[in-house]
Design a protein around this ligand. Structure first.
Ligand SMILES: O=C(CO)[C@H](O)[C@H](O)COP(=O)(O)O
Length: 148
């Protein structure tokens, strides 16, 4: 599975850590930056292309990172077809896939350890959407609004 990932400066170390761990676990990772640490950079130019890449490639998933993950989730959700969930524990990551069929997860690099962050991301990318009717119906209602 291909995973698109992006961050601003606030989770630069976490992004590099996640790229390495995901690759070790056999995932193909596309790194949308930031490629250099710049304390003054802004997250939308990294996050939005990452989210667009997820929509463009069926079956891929996205990971967007920042200090809190809030702005990154908001930016990703502006891209048509993205369902981005903010997750700060493994349970939220699992629910984001099982109930919401989220295709992007957002994490705050300042909110948990590198290892905890990896557990959250690993749960997200390995959990399937079971497609239960009630969840699909709710997702369809969101898509219907998005396409209106
Ligand atoms: O999480 C974020 C947005 O939601 C940003 O990463 C965070 O706001 C960056 O903060 P600063 O510029 O103070 O390092």
């Amino acid at each position: 599975m291909r995973i698109h990932i992006a961050t601003d400066h606030a989770a630069f170390e976490l992004k590099n850590y996640l790229v390495e761990r995901l690759q070790e676990d056999g995932f193909e990772v596309v790194d949308h930056g930031a490629h250099e640490y710049d304390a003054l950079d802004d997250y939308p130019p990294f996050v939005i292309p990452c989210a667009e890449a997820v929509v463009a490639e069926d079956g891929s998933l996205g990971v967007v990172l920042g200090g809190s993950g809030n702005g990154e989730q908001i930016a990703a959700n502006k891209v048509k077809g993205v369902r981005a969930a903010l997750a700060y524990n493994v349970e939220l990551a699992r629910l984001a896939r099982e109930h919401n069929d989220a295709n992007v997860i957002s994490l705050g690099g300042r909110m948990q350890s590198l290892e905890e962050s990896y557990d959250i991301v690993k749960t997200f990318v390995t959990t399937q959407f079971p497609g239960e009717d009630r969840h699909q119906r709710r997702i369809d209602l969101i898509s219907e609004y998005e396409n209106r």
